[in-house]
Design a protein around this ligand. Sequence first.
Ligand SMILES: *Cc1c(COP(=O)(O)O)cnc(C)c1O
Length: 399
Amino acid sequence: MKFKPANKIQDLQYFGEFGGVNPSISDSSTYTFLSAKTMFDTFEGNTDGCYLYSRHSSPSNLYLGEALAAMEGTEAANVAGSGMGAITPTLLQLCGAGDHIVSSRTIYGGTYAFLKNFTPRMGIQTTFVDITKLAVVEAAITKNTKVLYCETVSNPLLEVADIKGLAVLAKKHNLKLVVDNTFSPLSISPAQLGADIVIHSLTKFINGASDTMGGVVCGTSEFVNSLKSVIDGASMLLGPSMDSLRAASILKNMRTLHIRMKQHSKNAAFLAEKFENDGLKTVYPGLKSHPSHDVFKSMMNEEYGYGGMLTIDAGSLDKANELMELMQEKNLGYLAVSLGFYKTLFSAPGTSTSSEIPEEEQKEMGLTDGLIRFSIGLDNDIERTYQMMKECMKKVGVL
Ligand SMILES: *Cc1c(COP(=O)(O)O)cnc(C)c1O
């Protein structure tokens, strides 16, 4: 049967303490025990139904985790205070000194910096590869490799990972396939395609309001519990915990995620097609010209489309900057990093979110100076938006 992620979210049922239609928020950092023996048992790891301390878990965080696990179809999930707060403990839980990671070279700048500059201090080495070439990925695997790491749709170049193919490689070499699915919630369900662990920055589409940060790790109960272990769990010990009030607000926003994703995708597909027809170098997984269009299509939950992210090449950094400033002035969106907001957001990744990547390497992966990354908003009248954007492009000489 087809996997229906939004149905899974809808089918969860919660009641608040006084019969509220929203679950009560547990506004507490610590929890009482009726007997001292229960406290001892809880510390020993028998935490069923008991709360200990909110860095470990809290009812509100568990509700949100449950909804995210349902969405990805995994046994369990653990939320964190940011996307990086989900990514870094996951990798540190899976790898120690002497271990090796094979990672896509086109990943979020923060993740790239963590793997390139930070984890070598702990004796963890990473080889960065073109994730779209399975033979290249396999050739990079060594006897020390523990993790295959990628983003479903990569930031900022929108390369698409063949999750099924990578899962086969991971099984064959006994690796964990860790997939950051931030750009494609609902559209693609990596765990259903064989990924072992699925991560999101909730800061982006899932919360969708640009008012908070958040992250989540979805996986087996065994792995999620290992992250939370009071003895040696990276999430428990490094402490990137989410606050309960935020967990409650993100859960509420998640209920409209399916409607929002459809609108983001519809608007982005409309603009991508128009821009391409106008002769702009446009990258969008929904375009037939996209090198991984068929791979995306073979993996997607069709009703959610190809996502809200697209890039165009304005030719040079100066033109890109001029265009973005003009579009902001015309209130077509904001010159800002991040994604998944109701308004369109645009930025030049080479000088912002991917600036951690050295210029030489940017060039090699096709990250040009004039690249503008768009997170297309929920605009009701996208035809009007297109006409106004076209005016801006003509004015600065991009068209
Ligand atoms: C934003 C982002 C992250 C990091 O998430 P934060 O919530 O900013 O910590 C990780 N991966 C991708 C793909 C992102 O876009």
